[in-house]
Design a protein around this ligand. Structure first.
Ligand code: LIP
Length: 278
Protein backbone atom coordinates (compact mmCIF):
# COMPACT_ATOMS: atom_id res chain seq x y z
CA UNK A 1 0.00 0.00 0.00
CA UNK A 2 2.98 2.30 0.63
CA UNK A 3 3.30 3.24 -3.04
CA UNK A 4 -0.43 3.68 -3.37
CA UNK A 5 -0.47 6.29 -0.56
CA UNK A 6 2.55 8.01 -2.11
CA UNK A 7 0.65 8.33 -5.39
CA UNK A 8 -2.32 9.77 -3.46
CA UNK A 9 -0.03 12.28 -1.79
CA UNK A 10 1.55 13.33 -5.08
CA UNK A 11 -1.90 13.91 -6.53
CA UNK A 12 -2.90 15.77 -3.35
CA UNK A 13 0.09 18.12 -3.68
CA UNK A 14 -0.75 18.81 -7.31
CA UNK A 15 -4.39 19.66 -6.64
CA UNK A 16 -3.48 21.69 -3.53
CA UNK A 17 -1.15 23.77 -5.69
CA UNK A 18 -4.01 24.41 -8.17
CA UNK A 19 -6.26 25.34 -5.23
CA UNK A 20 -3.69 27.85 -3.97
CA UNK A 21 -3.49 29.43 -7.40
CA UNK A 22 -7.25 29.79 -7.47
CA UNK A 23 -7.16 31.50 -4.05
CA UNK A 24 -4.44 33.94 -5.16
CA UNK A 25 -6.43 34.80 -8.29
CA UNK A 26 -9.58 35.32 -6.22
CA UNK A 27 -7.68 37.81 -4.05
CA UNK A 28 -7.29 40.04 -7.08
CA UNK A 29 -11.06 40.43 -7.31
CA UNK A 30 -13.67 41.66 -4.83
CA UNK A 31 -14.41 39.11 -2.14
CA UNK A 32 -18.11 38.53 -1.38
CA UNK A 33 -18.45 37.43 2.23
CA UNK A 34 -21.22 35.30 3.75
CA UNK A 35 -21.78 34.36 7.38
CA UNK A 36 -22.04 30.79 8.66
CA UNK A 37 -22.76 30.10 12.35
CA UNK A 38 -21.96 33.59 13.66
CA UNK A 39 -20.83 37.07 12.54
CA UNK A 40 -17.21 35.92 12.89
CA UNK A 41 -17.66 32.55 11.13
CA UNK A 42 -17.17 33.58 7.51
CA UNK A 43 -17.33 31.80 4.20
CA UNK A 44 -16.77 32.98 0.65
CA UNK A 45 -17.53 31.59 -2.77
CA UNK A 46 -13.81 30.77 -2.99
CA UNK A 47 -14.01 28.36 0.00
CA UNK A 48 -16.78 26.48 -1.80
CA UNK A 49 -15.13 26.51 -5.24
CA UNK A 50 -11.77 25.36 -3.88
CA UNK A 51 -13.33 22.49 -1.94
CA UNK A 52 -15.23 21.41 -5.04
CA UNK A 53 -12.08 21.56 -7.16
CA UNK A 54 -10.14 19.39 -4.70
CA UNK A 55 -12.88 16.81 -4.10
CA UNK A 56 -13.81 16.48 -7.79
CA UNK A 57 -10.20 15.94 -8.82
CA UNK A 58 -9.48 13.37 -6.10
CA UNK A 59 -12.81 11.55 -6.55
CA UNK A 60 -12.11 11.10 -10.27
CA UNK A 61 -8.89 9.27 -9.44
CA UNK A 62 -9.98 7.55 -6.22
CA UNK A 63 -13.75 6.98 -6.42
CA UNK A 64 -13.89 4.72 -3.34
CA UNK A 65 -12.22 7.18 -0.98
CA UNK A 66 -14.15 9.18 1.64
CA UNK A 67 -14.05 12.91 2.29
CA UNK A 68 -14.55 15.24 5.22
CA UNK A 69 -14.51 18.78 3.88
CA UNK A 70 -15.28 21.92 5.85
CA UNK A 71 -17.78 23.27 3.35
CA UNK A 72 -19.40 19.88 2.64
CA UNK A 73 -19.95 19.43 6.38
CA UNK A 74 -21.39 22.95 6.56
CA UNK A 75 -23.82 21.85 3.81
CA UNK A 76 -24.89 18.81 5.85
CA UNK A 77 -22.35 16.04 5.03
CA UNK A 78 -21.16 13.71 7.80
CA UNK A 79 -17.94 14.37 9.66
CA UNK A 80 -17.66 10.92 11.23
CA UNK A 81 -14.22 9.43 10.58
CA UNK A 82 -14.22 5.78 9.45
CA UNK A 83 -11.45 3.27 8.64
CA UNK A 84 -11.79 4.05 4.91
CA UNK A 85 -9.05 6.09 3.21
CA UNK A 86 -10.31 9.60 4.00
CA UNK A 87 -9.28 13.02 2.74
CA UNK A 88 -9.86 15.73 5.38
CA UNK A 89 -9.94 19.10 3.68
CA UNK A 90 -9.98 22.74 4.68
CA UNK A 91 -10.13 24.55 1.34
CA UNK A 92 -9.33 27.98 2.80
CA UNK A 93 -7.91 27.83 6.31
CA UNK A 94 -7.87 31.42 7.42
CA UNK A 95 -11.02 32.65 5.69
CA UNK A 96 -11.03 35.81 7.81
CA UNK A 97 -7.44 36.47 6.70
CA UNK A 98 -8.50 35.86 3.10
CA UNK A 99 -11.35 38.37 3.45
CA UNK A 100 -8.97 40.98 4.86
CA UNK A 101 -6.04 40.00 2.62
CA UNK A 102 -3.98 39.24 5.73
CA UNK A 103 -1.26 37.07 4.26
CA UNK A 104 -1.67 33.73 6.08
CA UNK A 105 -4.14 31.71 4.06
CA UNK A 106 -3.68 28.00 3.50
CA UNK A 107 -5.16 24.95 1.88
CA UNK A 108 -5.01 22.05 4.31
CA UNK A 109 -5.32 18.39 3.38
CA UNK A 110 -4.87 15.42 5.70
CA UNK A 111 -5.25 11.80 4.62
CA UNK A 112 -6.19 9.03 7.06
CA UNK A 113 -6.34 5.25 6.74
CA UNK A 114 -7.81 3.23 9.60
CA UNK A 115 -8.21 6.59 11.38
CA UNK A 116 -4.41 7.11 11.37
CA UNK A 117 -2.97 10.15 9.60
CA UNK A 118 -0.90 8.87 6.66
CA UNK A 119 0.17 12.21 5.19
CA UNK A 120 -0.47 15.94 5.43
CA UNK A 121 -0.25 18.81 2.96
CA UNK A 122 -0.51 22.48 3.93
CA UNK A 123 -0.04 25.09 1.24
CA UNK A 124 0.37 28.59 2.64
CA UNK A 125 -0.51 29.99 -0.74
CA UNK A 126 0.27 33.70 -0.38
CA UNK A 127 3.68 32.95 1.11
CA UNK A 128 4.01 30.20 -1.53
CA UNK A 129 5.14 27.66 1.10
CA UNK A 130 4.19 24.06 0.42
CA UNK A 131 4.50 21.96 3.59
CA UNK A 132 4.32 18.19 3.20
CA UNK A 133 4.82 15.18 5.44
CA UNK A 134 4.31 11.48 5.05
CA UNK A 135 4.21 9.16 8.07
CA UNK A 136 7.76 8.06 8.95
CA UNK A 137 9.37 10.07 6.13
CA UNK A 138 9.99 13.53 7.63
CA UNK A 139 8.48 16.95 7.04
CA UNK A 140 9.37 19.43 4.30
CA UNK A 141 8.73 23.00 3.22
CA UNK A 142 9.12 23.48 -0.53
CA UNK A 143 11.07 20.21 -0.55
CA UNK A 144 13.55 21.28 2.17
CA UNK A 145 13.48 19.27 5.45
CA UNK A 146 12.10 21.17 8.46
CA UNK A 147 12.18 20.54 12.17
CA UNK A 148 10.89 22.10 15.37
CA UNK A 149 13.04 24.56 17.36
CA UNK A 150 13.79 21.98 20.04
CA UNK A 151 13.22 24.69 22.68
CA UNK A 152 12.68 23.08 26.11
CA UNK A 153 12.28 26.18 28.26
CA UNK A 154 8.75 27.58 28.25
CA UNK A 155 9.95 30.96 29.52
CA UNK A 156 11.99 31.30 26.31
CA UNK A 157 9.12 30.33 24.03
CA UNK A 158 6.86 32.07 21.53
CA UNK A 159 3.31 30.73 21.74
CA UNK A 160 0.54 30.83 19.14
CA UNK A 161 -3.18 30.75 19.79
CA UNK A 162 -6.29 32.11 18.12
CA UNK A 163 -8.92 34.44 19.46
CA UNK A 164 -12.43 34.99 18.26
CA UNK A 165 -15.68 36.32 19.53
CA UNK A 166 -17.35 33.65 21.68
CA UNK A 167 -21.10 33.95 22.09
CA UNK A 168 -20.99 32.18 25.44
CA UNK A 169 -19.55 34.64 28.04
CA UNK A 170 -18.06 31.76 30.07
CA UNK A 171 -16.12 30.54 27.02
CA UNK A 172 -14.99 34.07 26.29
CA UNK A 173 -13.77 34.54 29.86
CA UNK A 174 -11.89 31.23 29.75
CA UNK A 175 -10.27 32.06 26.42
CA UNK A 176 -9.04 35.45 27.69
CA UNK A 177 -8.01 33.92 31.04
CA UNK A 178 -5.97 31.30 29.21
CA UNK A 179 -4.04 33.97 27.35
CA UNK A 180 -3.34 35.74 30.63
CA UNK A 181 -2.22 32.48 32.25
CA UNK A 182 0.14 31.62 29.37
CA UNK A 183 1.60 35.15 29.23
CA UNK A 184 2.16 34.98 32.99
CA UNK A 185 4.25 31.77 32.84
CA UNK A 186 5.97 33.99 31.48
CA UNK A 187 6.62 33.34 27.77
CA UNK A 188 8.26 35.65 25.23
CA UNK A 189 4.90 36.44 23.67
CA UNK A 190 1.69 35.23 22.06
CA UNK A 191 0.88 35.56 18.35
CA UNK A 192 -2.31 34.86 16.37
CA UNK A 193 -1.56 34.31 12.67
CA UNK A 194 -5.17 33.31 11.91
CA UNK A 195 -4.78 29.95 10.18
CA UNK A 196 -4.59 26.85 12.37
CA UNK A 197 -2.75 24.87 9.69
CA UNK A 198 -0.15 27.62 9.24
CA UNK A 199 0.24 27.83 13.03
CA UNK A 200 1.11 24.14 13.16
CA UNK A 201 3.60 24.54 10.32
CA UNK A 202 5.19 27.51 12.11
CA UNK A 203 5.83 25.31 15.14
CA UNK A 204 6.99 22.50 12.82
CA UNK A 205 9.57 24.78 11.21
CA UNK A 206 10.82 26.43 14.41
CA UNK A 207 9.22 29.87 13.93
CA UNK A 208 7.21 29.38 17.14
CA UNK A 209 7.49 26.92 20.02
CA UNK A 210 3.87 26.09 20.88
CA UNK A 211 0.31 26.47 19.70
CA UNK A 212 -2.88 25.73 21.63
CA UNK A 213 -6.48 26.01 20.47
CA UNK A 214 -9.93 24.84 21.56
CA UNK A 215 -12.93 24.92 19.26
CA UNK A 216 -11.29 24.17 15.92
CA UNK A 217 -12.13 21.23 13.68
CA UNK A 218 -10.50 18.11 12.25
CA UNK A 219 -10.06 19.86 8.87
CA UNK A 220 -8.05 22.63 10.59
CA UNK A 221 -5.78 20.07 12.27
CA UNK A 222 -5.33 16.97 10.06
CA UNK A 223 -2.77 18.25 7.54
CA UNK A 224 -0.73 20.18 10.11
CA UNK A 225 -0.72 17.29 12.59
CA UNK A 226 1.25 15.11 10.13
CA UNK A 227 3.71 17.93 9.42
CA UNK A 228 4.23 18.80 13.07
CA UNK A 229 4.77 15.17 14.11
CA UNK A 230 7.18 14.44 11.29
CA UNK A 231 9.12 17.61 12.15
CA UNK A 232 9.76 16.14 15.62
CA UNK A 233 7.06 18.10 17.46
CA UNK A 234 4.77 17.00 20.26
CA UNK A 235 1.02 16.98 19.75
CA UNK A 236 -1.47 16.32 22.50
CA UNK A 237 -4.91 17.04 23.83
CA UNK A 238 -5.38 20.18 25.91
CA UNK A 239 -6.01 17.85 28.90
CA UNK A 240 -2.45 16.54 28.53
CA UNK A 241 -3.73 13.20 27.15
CA UNK A 242 -3.23 11.80 23.65
CA UNK A 243 -4.24 13.90 20.65
CA UNK A 244 -7.66 13.05 19.26
CA UNK A 245 -8.34 14.36 15.74
CA UNK A 246 -12.08 14.64 16.34
CA UNK A 247 -11.86 16.37 19.74
CA UNK A 248 -11.73 19.95 18.42
CA UNK A 249 -8.74 20.90 20.60
CA UNK A 250 -4.99 20.53 20.69
CA UNK A 251 -1.63 21.64 21.97
CA UNK A 252 1.42 21.33 19.76
CA UNK A 253 4.93 22.19 20.86
CA UNK A 254 8.61 21.88 20.11
CA UNK A 255 9.09 19.71 23.22
CA UNK A 256 7.12 17.72 25.76
CA UNK A 257 8.20 20.16 28.52
CA UNK A 258 6.56 23.10 26.79
CA UNK A 259 3.43 21.16 25.83
CA UNK A 260 2.99 20.01 29.45
CA UNK A 261 3.58 23.52 30.82
CA UNK A 262 0.98 25.05 28.47
CA UNK A 263 -1.49 22.26 29.34
CA UNK A 264 -0.98 23.05 33.02
CA UNK A 265 -1.63 26.78 32.46
CA UNK A 266 -4.84 26.59 30.46
CA UNK A 267 -8.39 25.73 31.44
CA UNK A 268 -10.53 23.71 29.04
CA UNK A 269 -13.97 24.69 27.92
CA UNK A 270 -16.42 22.24 26.36
CA UNK A 271 -16.38 22.48 22.58
CA UNK A 272 -18.09 19.25 21.47
CA UNK A 273 -16.69 16.73 18.99
CA UNK A 274 -16.60 16.65 15.20
CA UNK A 275 -17.91 13.07 15.20
CA UNK A 276 -20.85 13.73 17.52
CA UNK A 277 -23.94 12.42 15.70
CA UNK A 278 -26.51 15.20 15.55
C1 LIP B 1 -10.16 29.06 11.13
C2 LIP B 1 -8.85 28.71 11.81
C3 LIP B 1 -8.49 29.87 12.67
C4 LIP B 1 -9.45 29.86 13.83
C5 LIP B 1 -10.88 29.93 13.36
C6 LIP B 1 -11.20 29.02 12.20
P1 LIP B 1 -11.33 28.57 8.74
O1 LIP B 1 -10.45 28.17 10.06
O2 LIP B 1 -7.85 28.25 11.08
O3 LIP B 1 -7.18 29.78 13.13
O4 LIP B 1 -9.18 30.89 14.71
O5 LIP B 1 -11.70 29.64 14.46
O6 LIP B 1 -11.45 27.69 12.59
O7 LIP B 1 -12.73 28.69 9.23
O8 LIP B 1 -10.79 29.85 8.23
O9 LIP B 1 -11.13 27.43 7.83
Amino acid sequence: MADEWQRCMDHGVEVTQQAGKLIREALERDVAVMQKSSPVDLVTETDQRVEQLIITSIREKYPTHSFIGEESVAAGASSVLTDAPTWIIDPVDGTTNFVHRFPFVSVSVGFTVNKEIEFGIVYSCIEDKMYTARRGKGAFCNGVPIKVSGQQDTTQSLVLTETGFKKDPEHFKTMMGNMEAVLSIPVHGIRSPGSAAVNMCMVASGAADAYYHMGIHCWDMAGGAAILTEAGGVIMDTSGGPFDLMSRRLIVASSRNIADRVAMAITEFPCGRDDAES
